[in-house]
Design a protein around this ligand. Structure first.
Ligand code: AR6
Length: 172
């Protein structure tokens, strides 16, 4: 089982091999973490995303999938972009949220990365309730992926950090 580190902070400042972006299927940027990553990482990331769209990802990236690009000027080496599900009160999309975490770790391992940092995918603009998202993230990130030795969750605000911390305690 992976040891999962929780920190309150900004994912764009993380010195890890891979930072994960909570993107949308266009891969062409947006608000929240996505906006911050593109702003701080510079145009190289968008250029790489445009190339993906011109190639294999002509129809965009599907919810739950993950794909890597350069991290541009960020301290990380790569960005793995994943598309979280939009919260639905009528449909259980938990499997897709778990897929985001799992497929991002697999994409990172394929690059040869050892360390990876995640934001709380889907809990912002996509409105997933934080407690539910925390449970899914913590359970999925505990799954071993060969080569990945360091897993960090970077929670932007104190409230989200506290909810993740309480749920991490419950798992001990
Ligand atoms: N570092 C870490 N976490 C952050 C940062 C940051 N710099 N900025 C925001 N967060 P969101 P989503 C937190 O909305 O819900 C974009 O437009 C934020 O407080 O970024 O998956 C995409 O293009 C929240 O806890 O992602 C998509 O259209 C968490 O990151 C859509 O938003 C996720 O919030 C994706 O929505």
């Amino acid at each position: 089982m992976n040891l999962i580190e929780l920190v309150q902070g900004d994912i764009t400042e993380q010195h890890v091999d891979v930072v994960v972006n909570a993107a949308n299927s266009s891969l062409l940027g947006g608000g929240g973490v996505d906006g911050a990553i593109h702003r701080k990482g510079g145009p190289a990331i968008l250029e790489a995303c445009r190339k993906l769209r011109a190639g294999h990802y002509g129809r965009g990236l599907k919810t739950g999938q993950a794909v890597a690009t350069t991290a541009g000027k960020l301290p990380a080496r790569w960005v793995v972009h994943t598309v979280g599900p939009v919260w639905s009160a009528t449909e259980d999309r938990s499997g897709l949220l778990a897929d985001c975490y799992r497929n991002s770790m697999l994409a990172a391992a394929e690059l040869g990365a050892c360390s990876i940092a995640f934001p709380a995918i889907s809990t912002g603009i996509y409105r997933w309730p934080v407690e539910s998202a925390a449970k899914i993230a913590l359970t999925t990130l505990a799954e071993e992926v060969p080569g990945i030795t360091s897993v960090r969750l970077v929670l932007f605000d104190k409230k989200t950090y506290d909810v993740f911390s309480e749920n991490a305690q419950d798992k001990k």
